[in-house]
Ligand binder design. Structure first.
Ligand SMILES: C[S@@+](CC[C@H](N)C(=O)[O-])C[C@H]1O[C@@H](n2cnc3c(N)ncnc32)[C@H](O)[C@@H]1O
Length: 237
C-alpha cells in the first residue's frame, strides 16, 4: 500500500476546509463538537488547519496502513497530536458501530477516481464506476454538514441532485483547476473519464479538471443555496 500524494490537491483541500470552517464557525458548531474526517492521507493539509484553528479537534480514519503511519508522524511533527487523531479502518464501519454520527460535520477529500473496477494505480482512490460512490455514501450517512471534494469528471450533477433529494443545500464552495496527476492520468482511468464525459456525466479538459470543496448543509442556521454556481464552476451546467 502507498500513501496518497498530490501536493496541489491536498493544499486546495486544506485551504478550503479552513476557509469554510472559519466562515461558518458558529452555525457548524465545530468548536464544541469537533469534526470527523474520511481519508487522512499523509495528514499534512488538515494538520496545518488544526494548527491554525486552536478550537478544532479532528477524528480521522484511513484504510491505508501506510497513510496512517505517515499521518501520525506528520501530525506529531506539527505538534497537534492532542487534537488530530487517526485510526486505521473504514470510516463507515466506525459510523455504523456508533449507531450514527456523533458530530454534525464531516470533512473529506474522498476517493473519486472513476474506473470500471478498482484495479487502478492506488485502489484506495477508486470512487466506483462514476467516481462519486463515497461522496454519495457520505451524504447518506446522516451528517448535517458535509464538507467534501467534488470533482468535475465524477458525475457532479448526480451528486448535487442526490444531495438535494436528501435535503442538502450547497452553502458555499471553493473551486480550483487541477492538472491530471499520476492517479487521474493513468491511461485506463483517462479512457473511462472520456467515456463518462461523452455520456454527459461530467467535464474534463485536455490537461486537467476542476475540483470544488463544497459545504453541503441541511442546517437551518446556514443560509443559501449555491448549487447552480457549483455546477457552473465545475463546467457541467
Ligand atoms: C484522495 S485521498 C485524500 C487524503 C488527504 N485527505 C488529502 O487530501 O491529502 C483519499 C484517502 O481516503 C482513504 N480512504 C479510502 N476509502 C476510505 C474509507 N472507506 N475509509 C477511510 N479512508 C478511506 C484513502 O486511503 C486515501 O488516503
Amino acid at each position: 500500500m502507498t500513501c496518497f500524494s498530490s501536493a496541489d490537491e491536498s493544499a486546495h483541500y486544506g485551504f478550503s476546509v479552513c476557509m469554510l470552517l472559519e466562515q461558518y464557525r458558529a452555525p457548524l458548531g465545530w468548536e464544541a463538537e469537533g469534526v470527523v474526517e474520511l481519508g487522512t492521507g499523509d495528514a499534512t493539509a488538515i494538520a496545518d488547519v488544526v494548527r491554525s484553528l486552536p478550537g478544532l479537534r479532528v477524528s480521522s480514519f484511513d484504510i491505508s496502513a501506510t497513510s496512517v503511519e505517515t499521518a501520525r508522524a506528520n501530525i506529531a511533527a506539527r505538534g497537534v497530536a492532542d487534537r488530530y487523531t487517526v485510526e486505521l479502518g473504514d470510516f463507515f464501519d466506525q459510523a455504523d458501530a456508533a449507531g450514527g454520527p456523533s458530530v454534525s460535520t464531516v470533512i473529506s477529500n474522498p476517493p473519486y477516481i472513476p474506473a470500471p473496477d478498482g484495479d487502478i494505480l492506488m485502489p484506495e482512490l477508486w470512487g466506483g464506476v462514476h467516481g462519486n460512490d463515497l461522496v454519495l455514501r457520505l451524504l447518506k450517512a446522516g451528517y448535517d454538514n458535509v464538507i467534501t471534494a467534488v470533482a468535475s469528471y465524477s458525475d457532479p450533477a448526480e451528486t448535487i441532485r442526490t444531495a438535494a433529494d436528501l435535503g442538502y443545500r450547497v452553502a458555499n464552495f471553493l473551486a480550483m483547476g487541477l492538472d491530471y496527476g499520476a492517479y487521474s492520468g493513468e491511461p485506463k482511468v483517462q479512457r473511462h473519464i472520456r467515456r463518462m464525459c461523452g455520456e454527459g456525466r461530467g467535464w474534463a479538459g485536455e490537461d486537467g479538471y476542476m475540483v470544488a470543496i463544497a459545504l453541503f448543509t441541511r442546517s437551518p442556521d446556514v443560509p443559501g443555496d449555491r448549487a447552480d454556481q457549483l455546477l457552473a464552476a465545475l463546467q457541467v451546467s
